[in-house]
Design a binder for this molecule. Structure first.
Ligand SMILES: Cc1ncc(COP(=O)(O)O)c(C=O)c1O
Length: 468
């Protein structure tokens, strides 16, 4: 018998233990700290044992309780970064997807998985007003942005055959760090990302964009693409998409919309995302505002031909033997990835289980939480709001009469203290050089009561930091 053989009865018993652990975690979430009270040294020691030569069998699972205890639990009071808290029906689908172990390269390798993924992609594109777009799931927004810019480069300044040619990409100063990273990886160079100062609401100014393009053309450089934010990472600012699309049309530039944080909110507030369908490519992150467990990113594009131009380069061993257009379909012709897990199963099951209306309603709930927190901040004389609340990110800070750097240090200390206290988790942003506390609501577990705890926690932490 194979040394890795697992009797079916043993699988059932292990699966029951794992699902019990998961169900207990979910049942107790409300009581858990928003960040565990652990230090680096302690966690390193807990998991520092060498890998065993002989298997521990079911005893291997005993350590899972400690893994959970030393993890950041997906509590209702986590508001850091842009992170959902994992919809459990989707998590169950993930288990099954791993057991089924499809390699979603092409229909010939994974017929149901490929068909479901294509259906989900078309369905979500349609629900966002981008009918006719196609695309694929990927690891996250960074990967989707890299692929979107790879398509832009190949469409405007082809590089795949002979190497990269110089070209300029435009974005606001609020653009996500994955865009300069993509510029570097694509051989375009970070210096050729023209960061245009954002307006008072942290949006890209189309007039300044036009001027920057004209200046580059006058200097003999080759404008290539514009990246517009469909919800910037710091403040949730939505760049003026219709005006930016008009500039792109007029200047024949590729329009990539980074909607990793915000664009799925178009399911609930489509009127705020007009112009989305003018994108040539659009990044989305269902692991953010569709509450899916990591990882689940998505790239949508208007032209499958452009995707194939950028990505198709298959070895003979992978080529389809079928004539049928459905059966000959290969994701690897339209994506950077070859081996891919069955990410679509979680999204498909979760959407089928709850229905789109439930997701629209949860997104509306997050938008309401952000407005409620902004109102609470405005009503607290010792706090100040640092940016308009366009989506679900709220940037604020403790007021200080001290000069900039001292006020920044005080707010950084307050943030550390808030996290140590463990009741809520906030993260931070730098806005016009000022340190901001930041709460971002993309958490379907958060209630109005949870939101009301944020300001008192910040004020208590501030009192502790100020030693009064
Ligand atoms: C606007 C924006 N773009 C891209 C990303 C990167 O997404 P991921 O972390 O899934 O790679 C983020 C992450 O927060 C984001 O907010």
């Amino acid at each position: 018998m194979n040394a890795l053989h697992l009797p079916n009865a043993e699988f059932r018993s292990l699966a029951a233990r794992v699902t019990d652990l998961a169900a207990d975690l979910l049942a107790g979430l409300d009581e858990l700290r928003a960040f565990p009270a652990v230090r680096g040294e302690q966690v390193a020691r807990a998991f520092g044992a060498p890998l065993p030569e002989e298997g521990l069998r079911a005893g291997a699972l005993d350590a899972l309780a400690e893994v959970l205890a030393m993890s950041r639990a997906p509590t209702p009071r986590f508001y850091g970064y842009v992170l959902g808290s994992g919809e459990p029906v989707a998590a169950l689908a993930d288990l099954l997807a791993s057991v089924l172990n499809q390699n979603v390269t092409a229909w010939r390798s994974a017929p149901a998985a490929v068909t479901i993924e294509r259906q989900i992609v078309h369905g979500l594109a349609g629900a966002l007003g981008c009918e006719g777009f196609s695309g694929s799931l990927c690891g996250g927004g960074s990967m989707a942005n890299l692929m979107g810019l790879a398509m832009a480069r190949e469409a405007r300044l082809p590089a795949n055959q002979s190497g990269a040619q110089p070209g300029v990409v435009y974005a606001s100063s609020e653009v996500h760090m994955s865009i300069p990273k993509a510029m570097a990886l694509l051989g375009l160079g970070r210096e050729n990302l023209r960061l245009i100062g954002a307006d008072e609401a942290y949006r890209l100014d189309p007039q300044a964009l036009r001027s920057a393009i004209a200046a580059d053309r006058a200097a003999g450089r080759a404008p290539l693409a514009v990246v517009a934010s469909g919800g910037s990472v710091n403040t949730g600012a939505i760049d003026p998409l219709p005006q930016i699309a008009a500039v792109c049309r007029e200047q024949q530039l590729w329009l990539h919309v980074d909607g990793a944080y915000g664009a799925l909110a178009a399911l609930a507030i489509p009127e705020r995302f007009s112009g989305l369908s003018a994108a040539d490519s659009l990044s989305l992150d269902p692991h953010k505002w569709l509450y899916q467990p990591l990882d689940c990113g998505m790239l949508l594009f208007r032209s499958a031909h452009a995707a194939r131009t950028a990505f198709s380069c298959s070895g003979d061993y992978a080529k389809s033997l079928a004539e049928d257009p459905l059966e000959s379909f290969a994701f690897f012709d339209e994506s950077l990835e070859l081996s891919r897990r069955f990410r679509a199963l979680k999204l498909w099951l979760s959407l089928r289980y709850h229905g789109l209306a439930a997701f629209r309603s949860a997104i509306r709930g997050d938008l309401r939480h952000a407005q409620n927190l902004a109102e609470l901040v405005r009503g607290t004389p010792t706090l100040e709001l640092l940016a308009p609340v366009e989506l679900s990110a709220v940037c604020f800070r403790y007021r200080s009469a001290e000069p900039g750097a001292v006020a920044d240090r005080l707010n950084a200390a307050i943030l550390r203290r808030v996290i140590e206290r463990g009741r809520v988790y906030l993260s931070n942003a730098t806005l016009r050089g000022r340190f901001a506390l930041r709460a971002c609501f993309v958490n379907h577990r958060t209630t109005d009561r949870d939101v009301r705890q944020i300001v008192p926690e910040v004020l208590d932490a501030a009192r502790e930091c100020l030693g009064s």
